[in-house]
Write a protein that binds this ligand. Structure first.
Ligand SMILES: NC(=O)c1ccc[n+]([C@@H]2O[C@H](COP(=O)([O-])OP(=O)(O)OC[C@H]3O[C@@H](n4cnc5c(N)ncnc54)[C@H](OP(=O)(O)O)[C@@H]3O)[C@@H](O)[C@H]2O)c1
Length: 272
């Protein structure tokens, strides 16, 4: 198995750029870079510092690895478009980076002989922060593709975990909650602080220490406040405040209190 590839990136956005940069830095050759427009592809090439702007049918017949890092909703369609190009896909590895979709989203390319897989970096990517060092990559695909993905992850300084196809939707749901919903909750708290003219940044030491405690000691040992103390009067007082602002906030509070209570119970941490 080759250690270094000639690579095409289809969808050089946040993840495509992060992977492309890291792979170029480790000696891979970035070739075609495709975005939704040529102008965007030119900008992406500048961000990557490698590759050449291209459209789909300019992906050379000599690429060895294609990364489809478009939004999830067009991965399957993009694969179909690639498969319909008049060329052989035999022996070429094609990966997508969706945490939710299975590798079979690329089945049209497999029918043309490509090796297919999904390589999900368990990290959040913005344009600014794109480090891959030390993160977990969850892999799914056939054994050949898995070996290729493992080798890539090793080169990137990441850690590989195999993920059965049937677990992908729940895996991705968990990751989205721990990342996106955590942010939504922080923003909710920050918004309430703004309402009473307290700078949200005042929450930072509290939030940071809470997260430190959680990773060190786990949920039960880290939980403080009215749920941990079982103080119903205060919980009711909080709910009254939230109902006045927005019923949905009160509902979120009620449901999270239920979850916290259940997790505090003796069997809580193993409950569904
Ligand atoms: N962002 C994350 O934190 C994260 C984390 C893990 C996995 N992922 C996964 O990584 C993949 C990419 O996500 P992302 O956040 O990097 O998306 P993104 O920043 O929105 O980038 C998507 C890229 O796809 C391009 N694109 C859109 N339509 C296209 C088309 N028809 N043909 C060719 N290119 C097209 C876009 O081009 P333009 O630049 O022209 O718009 C853009 O460059 C998704 O599968 C996502 O689930 C994302």
């Amino acid at each position: 198995m080759a250690e270094h590839f000639k690579i095409a990136i289809v969808g050089a956005g946040r993840v495509g750029t992060a992977l492309g940069r890291a792979l170029a830095a480790r000696g891979h050759t970035i070739d075609a870079v495709v975005c939704s427009t040529r102008a965007h592809a030119r900008q992406a090439v500048r961000r990557l510092g490698a590759g050449r702007p291209a459209v789909l049918d300019q992906i050379g017949t000599d690429v060895e690895l294609v990364l489809i890092t478009t939004p999830d909703r067009i991965i399957e369609k993009t694969a179909e478009e690639l498969a319909s190009l008049h060329r052989g896909w035999r022996g070429i590895t094609v990966l997508h980076c969706s945490g939710f979709l299975a590798a079979t989203a690329l089945r049209s390319l497999r029918r043309k002989g490509a090796w297919i897989g999904s390589l999900h970096p368990l990290q959040t990517f913005t344009r600014e922060d794109s480090s891959l060092e030390g993160i977990y990559f969850f892999l799914q695909g056939d054994p050949h593709t898995t070996a290729v993905m493992r080798s890539i992850v090793r080169q990137l300084g990441g850690r590989s975990c195999l993920l059965p196809q049937r677990h992908k939707p729940l895996y991705h749901c968990a990751a989205s909650m721990a990342c996106g919903h955590l942010l939504a909750l922080l923003e909710l708290g920050a918004g309430l602080f703004r309402k009473i003219r307290i700078p949200p940044a005042a929450l930072r030491p509290l939030v940071d220490r809470t997260l430190d405690h959680y990773w060190r000691d786990g949920f039960r040992a880290s939980l403080t406040g009215p749920v941990a103390r079982g103080d119903r009067r205060i919980l009711q007082g909080h709910l009254e405040q939230l109902r006045r602002i927005h019923p949905a906030y009160a509902e979120v509070y009620r449901q999270l209190t239920r979850v916290a209570r259940a997790k505090l119970s003796p069997r809580g941490s193993s409950r569904r």
